[in-house]
Design a protein around this ligand. Structure first.
Ligand SMILES: Nc1ncnc2c1ncn2[C@@H]1O[C@H](COP(=O)(O)OP(=O)(O)O)[C@@H](O)[C@H]1O
Ligand SMILES: O=P(O)(O)O[C@H]1O[C@H](CO)[C@@H](O[C@H]2O[C@H](CO)[C@@H](O)[C@H](O)[C@H]2O)[C@H](O)[C@H]1O
Length: 450
């Protein structure tokens, strides 16, 4: 795909005309991370015409846009979002729900601007670009294998931090929404695991990037699978045991950890490092309590949990981990085998922090929290169900890794607490109705160290 002068047009004239539409639309998106902070403007990093805007048919405009929000924590750079805009003179009725607005002025005056990914023709074009690696404007497309043509696209309507398209039930393309310079772990880790022959993770077959930022990853779509969260809720609703699945999930997690430790560098963990980990948890708690004052009464108890872990582990290693492991990040195939997806880490954390080696117990703690979440969202609350799943998961993990996460209870509890604090902030921001779920864990954990 040759780079042509027409693929990236002078952008100065475009942004002012799109600004009123973005102002209205962007903060309402599920994946917009700056909710609750006033947006004062936008700055364009790149604009690329993936399909010309002045042709007879629809145009496709790829944007990387910086969002100006003066109330951001000081010293943090403005968030940059990936946006794909369809542009048409007439919007067919079937695309009406995708309309963002009509442009009032500038080079696109009078045209309808809409969510490009919702237009099968434009989503198909993106897949074609991935099939034929090369450059267009600042965008670079890569593929590891020959991909079949003409697969019909559909948008996945999941509650997501990003956006995904499924092509012909064969591949799934994840479009990262908030992008930062540096390899996204959701490309880096599955690629490394694929090369290491780990069958637990669908290996990327194509991706695209701009500068140092990963923008999207195409992977095989596991069509007959169901995610662990749905399966757990179904089991709870029908009073079924879930320990067999939890044990298998523990084994799968350990397999992924072992493969990551083989494929990527590991480091020794010293006593002083665990002190450092505990003080980092303290700092995160402090920031979280400022954002969600409901945490304030529990701060002394939670700090005691972190203090108990400080210096607890004398030895051990840190390595690359999943970073945001929960039941919704697991898929169980028709054959009963578990796969793990979404290695992006916690979306709110800076990329370099998410790419740092960490104790594997952090992922284990994430999954333990998830069993608690499932049991808490079910009525009546079934504490035994969660306790049995948590024990089975740790047993499965120990069977494969040779290390039982319960062997260092202070460290495991500290990571579980750290995760619950993260969840409080996540829920307050994205799903306030769910706040009582992590708050119940906060209450329990804050009282756990005498
Ligand atoms: N390889 C896959 N096969 C089948 N479904 C998938 C696959 N990858 C993701 N999904 C589905 O897409 C949803 C969102 O994917 P995920 O990577 O978790 O995105 P996000 O980072 O936006 O949360 C998942 O919950 C899962 O249902
Ligand atoms: O899947 P994402 O990468 O978008 O992760 C974020 O959203 C998750 C919710 O969708 C959130 O997970 C929390 O809720 C889950 C139930 O919906 C539960 O299973 C998890 O244990 C709980 O943490 C995740 O924390 C957040 O980063």
């Amino acid at each position: 795909m040759p780079e042509t002068a027409s693929t990236t047009r002078a952008t100065d004239a475009l942004l002012p005309s799109l600004t009123p539409l973005l102002h209205e639309w962007l903060p309402r998106q599920r994946w917009f991370a700056g909710k609750g902070r006033r947006v004062t403007g936008f700055a364009l990093d790149t604009a690329t015409e993936l399909l010309p805007l002045d042709g007879a048919g629809p145009g496709l405009l790829h944007l990387l846009v910086r969002v100006e929000q003066p109330s951001r924590p000081s010293g943090t750079p403005a968030d940059c979002y990936q946006i794909l805009l369809g542009v048409r003179s007439q919007l067919p009725p079937r695309l009406a729900p995708a309309l963002i607005g009509r442009v009032r002025q500038g080079p696109l005056a009078g045209r309808a601007v809409y969510e490009g990914l919702r237009d099968p023709r434009l989503a198909g074009l993106l897949y074609e670009r991935l099939r034929t690696p090369g450059r267009i404007g600042t965008l670079r497309f890569h593929a590891t294998t020959a991909l079949p043509g003409a697969l019909s696209p559909r948008v996945l309507d999941a509650e997501q931090s990003n956006s995904s398209l499924v092509y012909g039930d064969s591949y799934i393309l994840k479009i990262f929404r908030r992008v930062s310079p540096g390899a996204n772990p959701d490309l880096e880790l599955p690629l490394a695991l694929g090369r290491a022959g780990c069958a637990r993770v669908p290996a990327p077959v194509a991706w695209f990037e701009s500068g140092a930022a990963t923008l999207g990853v195409l992977q095989p779509y596991l069509r007959d699978s169901r995610d662990g969260w749905r399966l757990a809720l179904d089991a709870l609703a029908s009073g079924q045991d879930f320990t067999r699945q939890a044990l298998a999930l523990g084994r799968a997690t350990a397999e992924v950890h072992l493969a990551l430790a083989e494929a990527l560098p590991t480091e020794r963990l010293r006593r002083s490092d665990t002190e450092h980990l505990a003080s980092a948890m303290d700092r995160r708690l402090h920031t979280a309590a400022q954002a969600v004052p409901a945490l304030l009464p529990y701060v002394p108890g939670l700090r005691a949990v972190f203090a108990a872990a400080s210096g607890a582990a004398g030895a051990g290693t840190v390595q690359r981990i999943h970073g945001d492991l929960h039941l919704g990040q697991t898929l169980r195939g028709a054959d009963g085998a578990w796969a793990v997806i979404d290695f992006e880490g916690e979306p709110a954390k800076p990329l370099d922090e998410r790419r740092r080696p960490q104790p594997t117990v952090r992922d284990v703690a994430g999954m333990l929290r998830s069993f608690d979440y499932a049991a808490r969202t079910h009525r009546p609350w079934n504490a035994d169900w969660a306790a049995r799943c948590r024990a089975a998961y740790c047993t499965g993990y120990a069977q494969v890794s040779g290390t039982d996460p319960r062997a260092d209870p202070a460290l495991l509890r500290a990571y579980e607490t750290d995760k619950a604090v993260y969840e409080v902030v996540y829920e307050a921001r994205h799903r306030p109705d769910w706040l009582p779920v992590p708050m119940s864990a906060i209450e329990r954990l804050a009282a756990s160290v005498p």
